[in-house]
Ligand binder design. Structure first.
Ligand code: PGA
Length: 262
């Protein structure tokens, strides 16, 4: 193991330069990259495998993809998707589930085969949920892994539901949601006490296995965490820092979210 002074030097040199764009432009840039990937794969007779996220941050990308479908005929017929996470105890027919959210924002608005739009199933007992995690990871492996993974960052530095304390080698599992995460979800559930206590999430190691990662962060609410995630020590206290160890991870942030980064 390197002495502490060297570790600090490493961390500084690995601080990535974020790409700073207004949110609407960032959504267009990322949607265009996805469209190019989908078309290139289709031209080779292959499927593109996209890793998707829910939340306020990626929604602009989905709206742009829907527009590309409508105006430019972009087809999702050769696309397979895997979402990062889902609530435990929320059925997929429940409008508050991440599956229902994805249907409203993307799945039902493009020509994606519903059988290839994967979201973890969050319903079942502990044994069933563990089996769901194993099954879901096996489905990703069976299609050759994820080509491009979209992620957001929570105010506490989480990635998907990998809350602070999640290790670099964590795999898909059931996790307890943190207080910050539950507070940020309270509106959608009509009060903090109604927000589920647990979620199913791909682990950090699963996310890092994607061939490309695009992290998006917008708004002043994210500026402090973006600065810490880009410049602080890499470790489980701030799970998003692990993305700095990926060779094709881009951090795309708007001017407000970038405002505390050097
Ligand atoms: P948000 O959530 O996009 O709704 O801000 C991001 C996250 O918690 O990962």
């Amino acid at each position: 193991m390197a002495p502490p002074s060297m570790q600090t030097a490493n961390v500084t040199s690995s601080a990535p330069q974020p790409i700073v764009l207004e949110a609407a432009e960032a959504a267009r840039v990322v949607a265009r990259e996805i469209a190019e990937l989908v078309r290139a794969k289709a031209a080779r007779g292959e499927r593109a495998v996209l890793g998707l996220a829910t939340g306020k941050t990626p929604v602009g990308v989905y709206h742009e993809l829907v527009r590309l479908r409508r105006d430019e005929g972009l087809s999702f017929a050769n696309v397979t998707t895997f979402n990062l996470d889902e609530f435990v105890g929320v059925d997929e027919r429940d409008p508050r589930s991440f599956r229902a959210w994805m249907r409203r924002e993307l799945f039902d608005l493009v020509d994606l085969d519903p059988a290839r739009a994967h979201v973890p199933r969050g319903v079942g007992d502990a044994v069933e949920l563990d089996a769901e995690c194993a099954r879901y990871r096996a489905s990703i492996a069976a299609v050759g892994g994820i080509d491009l993974q979209l992620v957001g960052i929570g105010r506490n530095g989480h990635v998907a539901f990998n809350e602070p304390g999640s290790s670099r080698d964590s795999r898909m599992r059931v996790v307890e949601l943190s207080g910050v995460t539950r507070a940020d979800l309270a509106n959608g559930f009509g009060g903090l006490e109604r927000v589920p206590a647990h979620g199913l999430t791909l682990g950090i190691a699963d996310v890092l296995a994607a061939r490309a990662i695009r992290l998006l962060a917008f708004g002043e609410k994210k500026h402090a965490i973006v600065a810490r995630a880009l410049e602080g020590p890499i470790g489980p206290e701030l799970p998003a820092t692990f993305l700095r160890e990926h060779r094709d991870a881009r951090w795309i942030v708007d001017p407000a979210a970038a405002s505390q980064s050097r």
